[in-house]
Design a binder for this molecule. Structure first.
Ligand code: MN
Length: 325
């Protein structure tokens, strides 16, 4: 997915202020993905008071949307740097193409993990067979030591494991005795958890991790704190147990977590870097090499098989932004 905000702000992200209570409820904001019948996503990260949960730096949640009404997902080739994209669906199917030659469907309950590293481009289009689109896209910031790694694409279909009244699919890291083989560059966890009606589980988690719980459907408390639908509950590090309790409709949620990232990053449009100049260079290379068609062997490469033009980058802010901190 691409950040299609018209004037994306350049923000320096850090771990933000600490909550006084152990659970903070983060509200989603609606962001249109662009186009005349554009679908809208609910963004819970980054936001003013919380930019990162471990290395997780971007959480977009969408649907269920009727493709006939909302146009589905049509995101032309666009670049990324310094991050991994995690695509996860509850309904529908998306056709993924990227500049390392991958052409793969994103399917319900299966991880598509794209490592941008030094630079990649990809397109995402919901398939013709998709009538309802419902899912999430999350980004992971790469630590400084790994952010120039070679771009790559990986697919993993995690088995569903039962844990108390929960059904758990671990797509990154380890949880409930399962470990995902998918490549992560910092200590993290990511899982879909389905709770039966009135189910209550005490999940053993890494006490050093901060965690986020995105409620997709149903009703839920996290450590006794009510979580409204489509909100992201943040819990700071310190406890090795995470308590989840569903209401009468059960609950479906995404659990994300990780060691506090400990680095400041700059996120602008679809790029993550460390300095303003670096972001400017990424943008220029995309605009010249790919949008301008000057070369197909540059930083981002070329997405083969997409029937249309790549997305031009938005204008940078008119002033040179200084790092905040
Ligand atoms: Mn993208």
């Amino acid at each position: 997915m691409s950040n299609l905000e018209k004037e994306p702000p350049e923000v320096e992200l850090d771990s933000g202020p600490r909550a006084t209570d152990s659970v903070d409820i983060l509200e989603p904001r609606d962001v249109p993905l662009g186009g005349p019948r554009a679908m809208t996503v609910r963004r819970t990260l980054p936001q003013r008071h919380r930019s990162l949960i471990g290395a997780w730096c971007f959480v977009d949640h969408y649907g269920p949307d009727l493709v006939a009404d909302r146009g589905g997902m049509v995101v032309p080739p666009h670049p990324h740097t310094g991050l991994q994209t995690v695509s996860w669906l509850f309904a529908g199917e998306i056709d993924h193409r990227d500049s390392v030659g991958s052409h793969a469907p994103v399917r319900v309950g299966e991880l598509n993990l794209m490592t941008a590293g030094s630079g990649i481009a990809h397109s995402e289009v919901s398939t013709d067979a998709t009538t309802v689109l419902h899912g999430a896209q999350l980004w992971l910031a790469l630590p400084d030591a790994s952010r120039h790694t070679a771009p790559a694409f990986e697919h993993y279909a995690p088995p569903a494991v039962e844990f108390g009244g929960a059904t758990i699919r671990v797509f990154l890291g380890s949880l409930a005795g399962r470990t995902s083989p998918a490549l992560a560059f910092s200590p993290i966890v990511g899982a879909q958890i389905d709770l039966a009606p009135h189910a209550s589980v005490e999940l053993p988690v890494d006490a050093g991790f901060e965690h986020g719980v995105l409620l997709d459907t149903g009703s839920l408390t996290v450590d006794g704190e009510h979580v409204p639908a489509a909100h992201l509950a943040y819990r700071k590090p310190g406890s090795g147990v995470l308590r989840l309790e569903a209401g009468r409709d059960g609950a479906r949620l995404l659990l994300i977590g990780g060691l506090p990232f400990g680095e400041s990053i700059i996120m602008w449009w679809n790029f993550i870097g460390r300095t303003h100049d670096e972001i400017v260079r990424f943008r220029e290379q995309w605009q010249t090499d790919v949008v301008g068609g000057v070369r197909d062997d540059g930083r981002f490469g070329i997405v083969a098989g997409y029937p249309g033009r790549p997305l031009p980058a938005p204008e940078l802010p008119g002033v040179r932004l200084k790092p905040r901190g």
